[in-house]
Design a protein around this ligand. Structure first.
Ligand code: 5RP
Length: 225
């Protein structure tokens, strides 16, 4: 990845962290951009900010613990005040594809409980139409052939995700099918179809879940809301 995009992630994360307030319940995203947000949150906590956080993955949980960010169990809260997470693609009307890091299930649960879901991204993530990034779809392992066939009947060419030649397993013990639907003209229609497939646990179309996207752009940031 070019150095510039890494800087853009950092700028977006720094800008987003200014939205944090004392006593909030905070969702911690997953991925290389959310990483910078968690680092910023760790700094603020070490300076006295009082928050409780809920991570979207084991990886983000480990990082938060290392930084001394207090964590709470999601089942003890009825809402999350603010979440900082990345995206694989976003449109100017705040529709997203997520799941490139394999954490989409916990990410979507946490986004659904969140009042202010803040997406942070570098400028390569902005698209006119979703779908250049293959759509990550989480499935239970026992049903993957069935789900692959159903995706094909919807026009999606799916591939089981592998990491270092081994099938990738999510934090919830499932597989990811990365699915090429081409450019997605009607994301909400596709989401409705996907939601009906038995054995498909969750998909990476995050529709109407983001409050704003803060995008690094060179040495500045641009906000979409
Ligand atoms: C993880 C995600 C990430 O937010 C998404 O993949 C973006 O990651 P990065 O910030 O590393 O580009 O959805 O499941």
């Amino acid at each position: 990845m070019s150095k510039n995009l890494i800087k853009e992630k950092e700028y977006a994360a720094k800008e987003a962290s200014k939205l944090l307030k004392d006593n909030q319940i905070v969702g911690l995203g997953t991925g290389s951009t959310a990483y910078y947000a968690i680092i910023e949150i760790g700094k603020l906590v070490s300076q006295g900010l009082n928050i409780r956080a809920i991570p979207t993955s084991e990886e983000s949980m480990e990082l938060a613990k290392k930084l001394g960010i207090p964590l709470i169990d999601i089942n003890t809260v009825d809402h999350i005040d603010i979440t900082f997470d990345g995206a694989d693609e976003f449109t100017s009307d705040l529709q997203l594809i997520k799941g490139g890091g394999g954490a989409l299930l916990r990410e979507k649960i946490i986004a659904s409980l969140t009042m202010d879901n803040i997406i942070i991204a570098d400028s390569s993530k902005k698209v006119a139409l979703l779908g250049k990034f293959t759509l990550p779809i989480e499935v239970i392992p026992m049903a993957y052939q069935y789900v692959l066939a159903r995706l094909q009947s919807l026009g999606g060419k799916g591939t089981i995700r592998k990491k270092d030649d081994v099938t990738f397993i999510t934090d919830e013990g499932n597989y990811i099918i990365d699915t090429d639907f081409g450019l997605i003209e009607n994301p909400s229609g596709l989401a409705l179809e996907l939601n009906q497939i038995v054995g498909l646990v969750e998909h990476g179309l995050f529709l109407n879940l983001a409050k704003k996207v803060i995008m690094g752009n060179g040495e500045t940031v641009v906000t979409f809301d």
